[in-house]
Structures are given as C-alpha cells and as structure tokens.
Design a protein around this ligand. Structure first.
Ligand code: ZN
Ligand code: ZN
Length: 428
C-alpha cells in the first residue's frame, strides 16, 4: 500500500494549506488556501489543474485554507466537501476577501458561485463514499479550532488511512468543546504545528487576567476596544465577557456581529459547546448598526468587540484611530498579529500607523489562541491508533523541525517535514 502527497503550499510555512493526495485510483486535494505578504497582498499556492482531481475537501473556512479554492472552479465542477457551517462561513470570508483584495485575485463572483454550487456537506462522524475519488471513504471529526472546523479522514482505495488535522485545538474554550479525538485510527497523520515549539497558558488564567484588566479600565471610566477575527475569536470574547459578567455594555461591530448572528441560527447551534450561552450573550450585547452608532459607542463606558483582528481594516481600525490618544481607554488584542500588520506595530512600537503618533491608550495582548500548543499536538499524535508515519505541515520551518524531533524522541514514530512543492511517497 502506498500514497503520494504533493505539497502545493503549507510546507514549512503557516498558511496557504494545499495538500494533493494521490494513490493511483484516487486524487484528492485537501484545502487550497492563501497567505499574505507584508503589504497584505495574497500569495497563492502552486497551481493544480482541476482535471487531475477527483474531489476537493475543505477542513475549515479560514482563508489560509479556503482562499484559493474558486481558482479551481473556472470550467469543470469537482465535488467539494465541507461541513454545513464551513460552507456558510467560507462564503462570508471569500466574499470579504474579494472586496478587500479583488485586485490581486484571478477569480471573481462567477467562480465563487460555481464553487459554492459544487459543495456537498457532511456531518461529523458520518462517512461518505466518493465515487469521483475511486470510492475513497471520507469522514469528518470536530477539530475544535473554529465553529465548523473538521479533521479529515480518508480511507483510500489502496487501503491507506490518512488523517489530516486541518487546524486543531484539543482543549475546550467557551465556544467550542475541543477536538474530538476519541477512537481515531490512521496509518498516516498530516498534522499542523503552528505552535509546535510553545505551549499556551491555561485558558482559565488568560480569561481571568483579561476580565480583571477589562474591569479595571471600565472602573476608571474607560472603554476597551477588542479587535477580533470575525469568525470564532470575536464570539469567544463575547462568551468570555458574558460568563464573567462585567459592569458595562458590550458592543459588537463588523463581521464579529454578523457571524455571531449566524452561529445562533437553527442547525448552526450544534457546532457550539453551549449555544444557549452564546445566544444569551448576543441578546445582552448591543449591536452597532451603522455610522451613526459607530460615531457614538467609543465614547461610552464598556467593551467594543470589532473586526478586523489585526487592525488591517474594518470598524476596529476606525475605533483604534479614535481611541488611541485617550489615556483611560484600552486596546486589548486577542489574536495572532502577523508581521507588517497595524496590530503588530501597535504591540511592538506602540503606534497604529507607520510614522503615526504614539498611542496613549493602554495596549495589551492576550493569548486566546485557537490552535493546540506543542504538548496538545503531541497528545493528538498519541491518541491516533495504528500510526506509521507523521507528516508535519502548517508550521514555520524551525518550529516544524523541532516538533518533528520531539515526536520522534517521545513516540519513536517516523516523522517527515516536507519541503515546499515536494512530493513524498509513503509506503505502508
Ligand atoms: Zn490555518
Ligand atoms: Zn484556521
């Protein structure tokens, strides 16, 4: 039995996930995402002709996994598998991406529409046979990373069982229950290792610190701006604040608000750990409905949760510019801040704009990561039965190599860290 994997992106880098799996009878693409350079221009994965693919599988909605997918839908329609919630979130994120970066993107609304019409949805722990991929069996397991995110298991015609984690988080958060790893079996594990060298502090400590700092700012009459990713993080912060009950209003603005509304609708609720809690939090929050509201709320005592998470744009950037000179106010960052983004500049240099004024508002960063830390990743490797090979992806080179070494030492398993564009052949 053997399988070949070509790394069209996502090897020795975080983002641009694109893994092409072939075994003679089956040809499947796992994710097709983009990354961004320092000027915020998208970088696409290596091209693959859709003619060569039987089917495509998407692990979750984030653009570094989904952003290049419409490029495959110019002429022929290959089936595209994902969870139902990932379908809704991907549509939101790709349309937003087209609005912001359309100039650099080679596809348009037509391709996005073709892509969305090719989607076949699948629930967690249900297996479907893909005729277009030689009868490959596909199963999704909750990945605990963002709502709707899945780990992907393929049982290929050759008999090889491959498990791809997508982006994964093992321990629970307010919003999600954590990855569902019980009873997993596979020969080959394709695992992300964004944090392959570090562990995150325990979530309850981060929450306690965040909430006590929010209270401090509010008590001294200030407003806290929390720039947050529209999908997942923003709603997580909403749930954290609701759980700890703070004395002040919570405002939701931008994509954070739209996605919160979406998550508490109908069947989407089943992707959440505690949907009633998010529903209650959403009902108690105040939604910012337009510019008239927006011009007012930052002067009020309370917390504003707004996208975008790295201050690249959206209402969060508007609020940051207004609040930066007010000493009693605060900007609390809760997301990863990529190099070259205003958020990173704020943390490192204390200013939002290049060459702009130094910020007098209080600035802090909190580790609310939606990825597993190194210890958790190792636990995931250990929880998969029957493993013969581990392949490390979605990780900076040094981190990937160091995590691979740790897995070898602690489990004795054979570990591969593929190079960009490399094709590896695994014999079982
Ligand atoms: Zn990712
Ligand atoms: Zn992700």
């Amino acid at each position: 039995m053997s399988v070949e994997i070509t790394f069209l992106g996502g090897a020795r880098e975080v983002g641009r996930a694109a893994y092409w799996v072939k075994d003679g009878k089956a040809s499947l693409l796992l994710d097709y995402g983009v990354s961004f350079d320092e000027e915020d221009r998208p970088i696409f994965p290596e091209y693959v002709s859709p003619k060569e693919l039987g089917a495509v599988v998407l692990s979750h909605a984030h653009l570094d996994h989904s952003g290049a997918l419409p490029m495959l839908y110019t002429a022929i329609r290959k089936p595209l598998y994902m969870t139902k919630l990932t379908k809704e979130l991907t549509s939101i994120l790709i349309n937003d991406f087209l609005k912001l970066s359309g100039y650099y993107v080679t596809y348009g609304d037509t391709e996005v529409k073709e892509m969305m019409e090719s989607v076949r949805t699948l629930e967690y722990r249900r297996t479907v046979e893909i005729p277009e991929a030689g009868g490959t069996n596909l199963t999704f397991y909750d990945a605990g990373h963002i709502p709707g995110s899945a780990m992907v298991k393929l049982e290929l015609p050759s008999g090889v069982r491959l498990l791809y984690t997508g982006d994964v988080r093992l321990s629970e958060t307010q919003l999600l229950a954590g990855a569902d790893v019980s009873g997993l079996e596979a020969d080959v594990l394709l695992i992300e290792a964004t944090y392959g060298k570090t562990d995150h502090p325990p979530r309850e400590n981060v929450e306690a610190l965040f909430v006590s700092d929010v209270r401090e700012v509010i008590q001294s009459g200030g407003t806290v701006l929390v720039p947050a990713f529209g999908v997942g993080r923003g709603q997580e912060i909403l749930a954290v604040l609701a759980d700890h009950e703070i004395d002040g209003d919570v405002y939701l603005d931008g994509m954070v608000r739209n996605v919160a509304e979406l998550l508490i609708q109908g069947e989407n609720k089943k992707f959440l750990k505690n949907p009633e809690m998010l529903e209650k939090a959403y009902e108690e929050a105040r939604v910012v409905k337009g510019w008239q509201d927006r011009r007012r709320v930052w002067r009020r005592k309370g917390v504003i949760i707004a996208s975008a998470g790295m201050l690249r744009g959206g209402p969060a950037l508007y609020y940051a510019r207004k609040m930066q000179s007010i000493e009693r106010d605060a900007i609390f960052l809760v997301s990863f801040q990529a190099p070259g983004t205003p958020g990173r500049r704020l943390v490192e240099e204390g200013r939002v704009e290049q060459g702009g004024p130094l910020v007098s508002a209080r600035v802090q960063w909190f580790d609310f990561s939606s990825h597993a830390g190194a210890g958790e990743l190792l636990e995931i490797v250990r929880s998969v039965r029957g493993l013969k090979k581990v392949v490390v992806v979605h990780s900076e080179e040094k981190t990937a190599l160091s995590f691979a070494e740790r897995v070898r030492e602690e489990t004795g398993l054979d570990v591969i860290v593929p190079k960009p564009l490399e094709t590896i052949k695994i014999e079982i």
